[in-house]
Design a protein around this ligand. Structure first.
Ligand SMILES: Nc1ncnc2c1ncn2[C@@H]1O[C@H](COP(=O)(O)OP(=O)(O)O)[C@@H](O)[C@H]1O
Ligand SMILES: O=P(O)(O)O[C@H]1O[C@H](CO)[C@@H](O[C@H]2O[C@H](CO)[C@@H](O)[C@H](O)[C@H]2O)[C@H](O)[C@H]1O
Length: 450
């Protein structure tokens, strides 16, 4: 497997999931699980990239074939020792093996890695698989299943971390709580790998998970963009989305509990918000101009009453909601913010943070339309959607969101600061959207600070 590494580096740098865009990867394979098949070898490689200041660990499934994979040109990585290497998720041999391992209580021992599959509910027999195209931080494979069983989707986490991935644990809790607002979990794969940087010498985390695929669903970001572009009212949909969000919060609280926001909880939340503004001011010069005003907003909310903390979505935006023809709004991708350290992502947090995330997303709809057509002004559309979302949330949760206005604004500022970092690293052309929001939100908070 070490002979595979040279072919991987250049290819990894071009993948959507490669975390430090613009760098040349300096990679080393630190673990692997291998299964021989008639046509070659299916490998799950753990690859560390030491090019960034903080090394990043990736999961890279590769199938090494003795002859080319028919129709596999788009997934071709390169050649090594006369073998043809393919991106695993696109290769039926890997895709089928993944779902089998994941939904069987199977224990797999590899080199410097052991993995365990955990079955939640039998997905049925796989007929075909296909990688889901589109903007994704991870890689998802959609499976057609025998008989009347619904399709299945398995998500392969690309960047690996020690610790539970809330995408798996939150969705499992919601499935356990019979929530109709998320796809049902079917199973997941955990692993322990060699990690000399940790006191125990090993790390433990999630590699992949499978859930019901909601066929015929539409992504809320696309739906909202289309409606705003056509000047169509979105308030009814936004209100329902607010209700769905409140339902998810209620199930998460009943399944995983909630805690009062004492001084240490408030302090921990503010430490991470202040850390974020420090990073943003360093990386994005335009944010530095607002740094002291933002810090003043955080100082004010430190002394206000905070609502209870609980498990939340953690990175809620329109791209994380699907409109299902059968279920209505369904939320996805509970992995939390990709730029936040994994241990923080499962920490109890204030549900208002998710409300703030979705409010930012309505602003993004207006912002991205303005970028597309500078004369289009969808700001009134966004304001109406924001109000309707909050109304729907209040209807179901009973939480008087507006009574926490200062805190909500602070969370919106924090989210916009996160977005400024995210955009400057990934989509510099979009940076104006969060920067505009920071300016408006800071101005709105100013009277409370004075
Ligand atoms: N259970 C599902 N049913 C239908 N489509 C899904 C499902 N899960 C994910 N998708 C589709 O895949 C996209 C990416 O999923 P997401 O969980 O956000 O992945 P990532 O963590 O890689 O960003 C979603 O926007 C949606 O279009
Ligand atoms: O990859 P994820 O879906 O986990 O989330 C990351 O990428 C998102 C962009 O794809 C980013 O969201 C930002 O852009 C959206 C429009 O593309 C917008 O709807 C969101 O409100 C905005 O935050 C998200 O922040 C980031 O974590």
């Amino acid at each position: 497997m070490s002979t595979v590494a040279p072919s991987l580096a250049g290819w990894m740098a071009r993948q959507r999931w490669y975390a430090t865009k613009g760098r040349t990867p300096a990679i080393r394979v630190i673990g692997s699980m291998e299964t021989a098949i008639d046509e070659g070898l299916v490998m799950t490689l753990l690859v560390i990239d030491e090019a960034p200041d903080k090394p990043v660990l990736y999961q890279v499934p590769v199938v090494a074939r003795t002859s080319p994979l028919p129709g596999g040109d788009g997934a071709f990585i390169g050649s090594s020792d006369g073998l043809y290497l393919y991106d695993g998720p696109h290769d039926p041999a890997y895709a089928r093996g993944l779902l089998n391992t994941l939904t069987a209580e199977r224990h797999v021992e590899g080199s410097d890695i052991v993995a365990d599959g955990h079955l939640v509910s039998d997905p049925g027999r796989v007929l075909r698989s296909k990688v889901l195209e589109g903007e994704q931080s991870n890689t998802s494979i959609v499976y057609d299943v025998d008989g009347d069983s619904p399709k299945v989707i398995a998500k392969v986490f690309r960047v690996l971390h020690h610790g539970d991935n809330p995408d798996v644990t939150s969705q499992a809790a919601l499935t356990h709580g019979h929530s109709a607002r998320v796809p049902s979990s079917l199973g997941f794969l955990t692993a322990t790998w060699h990690d000399p940087g940790r006191p125990e010498g090993t790390a433990h985390g999630h590699l992949a998970f499978a859930q019901e695929f909601l066929a015929g669903s539409e992504d809320a970001w696309r739906v909202a963009l289309q409606q705003a572009r056509g000047g169509h009212d979105f308030t009814s949909e936004a209100r329902d989305l607010g209700r769905a969000t409140a339902e998810v919060h209620a199930t998460l609280a009943s399944e995983l509990g909630s805690v009062a926001a004492g001084p240490s909880e408030v302090d921990a939340a503010l430490v991470s918000m202040r850390r974020r503004i420090t990073t943003a001011a360093r990386e994005v010069p335009e944010v530095a101009d607002y740094e002291s005003a933002i810090r003043a907003v955080y100082d004010v909310v430190a002394d206000l009453p905070w609502p209870n903390l609980q498990r939340i979505h953690g990175d809620l935006h329109l791209g994380q909601a699907l409109q299902s023809p059968v279920r209505g709004w369904v939320l996805l991708d509970f992995e939390g913010e990709p730029l936040r350290p994994m241990p923080e992502r499962s920490r109890p947090d204030v549900p208002l943070r998710d409300v703030a995330g979705m409010l930012r997303s309505f602003d993004y709809v207006a912002g991205s339309l303005a970028q597309e057509h500078p004369r289009v002004d969808a700001s009134a559309w966004a304001t109406a959607a924001r109000h309707a979302f909050v109304d729907g949330y209040i209807d179901v949760s009973g939480v008087d969101v507006r009574a926490h206005r200062a805190l909500l604004d602070a969370f919106e500022i924090d989210k916009a600061v996160y977005e400024a970092i995210y955009e400057s690293r990934n989509r510099p052309d979009w940076i104006g959207i969060p920067l505009g929001a920071i300016g408006r939100l800071v101005a709105r908070s100013a009277p409370r600070v004075a």
